[in-house]
Each structure stands twice: as C-alpha cells, then as structure tokens.
Design a protein around this ligand. Structure first.
Ligand code: GRF
Length: 205
C-alpha cells in the first residue's frame, strides 16, 4: 500500500519504516510516497532525501489558522492518494476536519502507555509519578488528542537512576519495533478500525 509519513523532527521512526521496506526478511509491503514536515530543516527530511523519497516542508507558521494549515496539509497529502497516513513524531494538534477525513486510515505513536500521559513530557511525568513501568502506544487517530483506539503497546522498565533522556531512549527502541509492526498489519489488511475500536484479524484489540 502507499503511505505518507508526517514528521516534525529527527525521524527515527521514519527511518525504522524505511529500513523495514528493504528488509530481507518479511519486508514491509508499503511504498512511502512522501514525507511531510511542519518544521523546516529537521533531520527527518534528510533521511527522506537520502532514501530517495519525495519530501516537503509545510510550515505551520505561514498559515493564520489551524484550519488553514490543516486544509493545505490535506491537499498536499491527498495529492499522493495514500491508503494510510502515518504520524511519526508529528507535533501538531489536528482539527476535527482533518481527523475525520483520515478516520480509520491514520496512525500515531505516542510515548506512554495510553490512556496514561496524553500530551507532552511523558517520560518526565512517568518518572515524577514513580512508575516502575512505562512504554509506548500505537493508536488510530480520532478527534480526541492521543485518544483513538489502541493498536499495540510495548512496556519498558523504569530504573531508579533513569532520567527523561535514558527513559526516552529505552522507549524509542520499542517504538522502532512496534510501529513497523502496526503498519505491516494495516498494509496486509489485518488491522481495521470500526465504531472507535481497533480489530486485528477481525478480533477486537
Ligand atoms: C517519538 O518519541 C514519538 O513517540 C513522539 O515523538 C518522537 C518522535 O521521534 N511522538 P522521531 O522523530 O521518530 O525520532
């Protein structure tokens, strides 16, 4: 299937997808048609360039409203007619018009065990709460921020001497495993969303 990836930063999750497409063992059955960043000059754009993938910056600062930015983003994405939109570190709150348009065909990865710690600074918040387990969630995107139905989670232990940075690193290793896995399920038509619920091979997740 064809996908478009949206980023705002370094793009390590994008890289995990790129690497999986050309993996020898069970390659990811996707074509990354384009990578779009809302921030100029981020390293994720360089990763796209090096992989020979079309890439664009659509700077949100050039638009007067969230609605106007989201409309421009939608038309840029839809020019590639992707079957799936993958948010990979895309740090923008999306309008209902946008989430509605891609309902059931847009995934996000969030660095916490949702529904815990929606929003920002998740690693710091997990440490401050004294959690001994933390993790990451892939979910379908709905109008509710970080609130769509879960697809897959991975847990990591929290150690006494962890900092937000060491914890983030441990979580990111898991991100790079579970995000390609979720995209693979979707690409093979195993993963679907209906009535605000996720299904794998027809079974509720
Ligand atoms: C990841 O930790 C992701 O969970 C969060 O933003 C980060 C993006 O990292 N939403 P990268 O740009 O994929 O390296």
């Amino acid at each position: 299937i064809s996908i478009v990836v949206l980023i705002s930063g370094g793009g390590t999750n994008l890289q995990a997808l790129i690497d999986k497409v050309s993996a020898v063992e069970s390659p990811l059955p996707i074509t990354i048609e384009a990578v779009i960043s809302n921030r100029p000059d981020v390293y994720g754009l360089e990763r796209a360039k090096q992989a020979g993938i079309a890439h664009h910056t659509l700077n949100h600062k050039a638009y007067d409203s969230r609605e106007a930015f989201d409309e421009a983003l939608m038309s840029l994405i839809d020019g590639y007619a992707p079957q799936l939109v993958v948010l990979a570190g895309f740090m923008r709150i999306l309008t209902p018009a946008f989430t509605e348009h891609y309902l059931g065909r847009m995934l996000n990865i969030h660095p916490s065990l949702l529904p815990k710690y929606q929003g920002l600074h998740t690693h710091q918040r997990a440490l401050e709460s004294g959690d001994d387990v933390h993790g990451v969630t892939v979910h379908f995107v709905t109008a509710e921020l970080d609130g769509g139905p879960n697809v897959i989670q991975a847990q990591v232990p929290v150690f006494a001497n962890d900092t937000p940075e060491t914890l983030a690193q441990r979580v990111q290793q898991q991100e790079h495993i579970i995000y390609p896995m979720a995209v693979d399920w979707f690409a093979r038509k195993r993963l679907t969303m209906r009535d605000n619920r996720s299904f794998l091979d027809g079974e509720p997740l």
